[in-house]
Design a protein around this ligand. Sequence first.
Ligand SMILES: Nc1nc2c(ncn2[C@@H]2O[C@H](COP(=O)(O)OP(=O)(O)O)[C@@H](O)[C@H]2O)c(=O)[nH]1
Ligand SMILES: [Mg+2]
Length: 319
Amino acid sequence: MNFERIKPVENFQFYIDLAMRRAREKGSELRAKKLRGGSLEKSKYIELMKMNVFADTVSSRMENIVKSFPSFEGLPEFYRELIKLRIDYGQVRKSLAAVDWAMRKSREMLSMYADKINKNREFERINVLRNSFLGRASSILKQIKRDLIILEDARKSLKNLPDIDTALKTTVISGFPNIGKTTLMYRLTGSKGDIQSYPFTTKGINVAYLRKGNEKMQILDTPGTLNRFNKMNDIEKVAYLAIKYCASIIVYVFDLTGEYPMMDQINLYKRIKADFEKDMIVYFSKKDIVSKKELEKFEKEYNGISDDSLLKAELLQRL
Ligand SMILES: Nc1nc2c(ncn2[C@@H]2O[C@H](COP(=O)(O)OP(=O)(O)O)[C@@H](O)[C@H]2O)c(=O)[nH]1
Ligand SMILES: [Mg+2]
């Protein structure tokens, strides 16, 4: 699921200016042509066409906004939960409905004024009617001023959500920061995530794939220590939801080099095991700088793996 395709939403004045400009251009274009008929008829025709262009511009832009937002009901649960974290979902729906209303209303307004202009027989009234239409059609957009701002804010919040395929078999690499999770993902998949040499990276989730024939396993490298949900930062919450809704396997990484106290790492391991009840594989990182004796002891205790190709084989077997 990729939210980058939601188009930027401009402020109401932008759409008024755009529609006005297009209408003016249409007017100049028609006046430059040799139109047939009397001056009243020609004038009515030109103003009607300008109004048409104005209403078309507004309604097609409004329609694009409504269409480019995903329909939330159709999204996988993972994304629905994620979206609820980021935006006021009820409000966004109301604002989309308001934009939809503006689209319909400007078309209605056009047909009402087109009727008035068609019936009109006085030359001086044409401009009055046209101006009245433009004023009222513009005020429709002004009425949804706040909704357009809300939708643009929502778009910005949604744009950076990770692109995760919730239908694929998924392994999540989890554990303390700076212990070699991203490096492991790279070694397993050959795709370079964003390997950070400092802890508590604010970057998002890395996504890579393990392949066996035509089959594919999604590997997510998630930052954060996954404390209590209400204490997590946004990225940690994404990681949490990814484990909850997308993962079928969790690779829990222990770092035996003393980067973090073993007790803390064990507690986190136990909590993840209890919270999610998923298939868990323990992996020990940085085996090149860990004492062999220590490694063997922990490998036995946790039935863990410190060899990358062994881990890869384990994962492929589960595909
Ligand atoms: N010696 C050694 N260092 C490693 C190994 N794996 C990762 N590191 C280092 O540990 C640091 C953190 O690695 P990274 O993969 O970004 O950890 P993450 O924060 O858990 O994703 C980096 O400086 C890596 O170079 C390893 O197998 N051996
Ligand atoms: Mg990392």
